[in-house]
Design a protein around this ligand. Sequence first.
Ligand SMILES: C[S@@+](CC[C@H](N)C(=O)[O-])C[C@H]1O[C@@H](n2cnc3c(N)ncnc32)[C@H](O)[C@@H]1O
Length: 324
Amino acid sequence: MSSPGERDTSEWYRSFGEAEARGQSAIYEEWALGVADDAEVLSLIDGLPLQKRQPNLVFACARLLGAAEGGYPELRRWLVHNFAALATETLRRSTQTNEARRCASLLPALSMLAGPLALLEIGASAGLCLYPDRYSYSYDGSEPIDPADGRSAVLLESTTTGPVPVPSVLPQVVWRSGIDLRPLDVRDAHDVKWLETLVWPEQAERRERLRSAIGIVRSDPPRLAEGDAIDLLAGVAQNAPPGATLVVITSAVLVYLPFAERMRLVESILRLDANWISLESDRGLPAVRAQLPVDGGSDSRFVLALDQRPLAYTGANGQSLDWL
Ligand SMILES: C[S@@+](CC[C@H](N)C(=O)[O-])C[C@H]1O[C@@H](n2cnc3c(N)ncnc32)[C@H](O)[C@@H]1O
């Protein structure tokens, strides 16, 4: 996940192409490197507010509006002709990629807590990560761990290293609630289309998993409060049932908050009588980062932490878990 920092737009797109898209999406890699060397397109993108120049957002909005998933020359023609519409679309959207597979990283941490659990996710998007008890899991190709009522339509697979405390049964979740600046509704066709478009072009397996997870969540949609988590957290937490362990989850959200706001959010999380599971880039939380192994390397992996104590490096989409 790129953040703008002080980089110029060309560098931002080049870094996205080389460090994030390469190996994941040949189309996005070609598009990003094409933009990085294209002064005319860069000047169009530079007309957008800083946060809206994000490659992932610009490319998803272009595809949503009909840009073909072809080579860069074709995209370039499309961008130049349709930039006004693209600009409007970027202003009303943000990247809200919701990846159910991250539950494969959350599960071992959830299993360390006494149940039953009340889950409160900050930055929940459509809430797919609020259903860790409804998916099946297989670690290193093991026999799946299933929900209480049997095999799920969604099997989340992950590879592991180290002593990951993989549970034999899934935690009992008695309450789930989320907060998002703009919650997405799994029952709304436009929101579902946006979620699907946020998956990169070649990632058919992810798109399939997304559709299956949406099917599960649609049958029992979560409560999602709309607004800034800094304002809403304490009020939403009050609705958690007594007798359940309240667990705040932050997953791929903290880097979206400017540092001062992020620290305010951390303070409000710490004021709650709750456990906190974070699944964030190592840039997300200074207290977690300070405890990471010095040679752990800062790469594209996330860090799983419980109450700001690092537990594991994980693949950003839940595909791997390297226990510390
Ligand atoms: C990349 S998505 C992650 C979704 C989900 N947590 C996951 O891991 O699949 C980040 C979400 O955080 C939301 N978000 C960003 N800043 C927020 C804030 N201050 N308060 C509430 N939600 C926020 C965005 O709207 C977006 O839906």
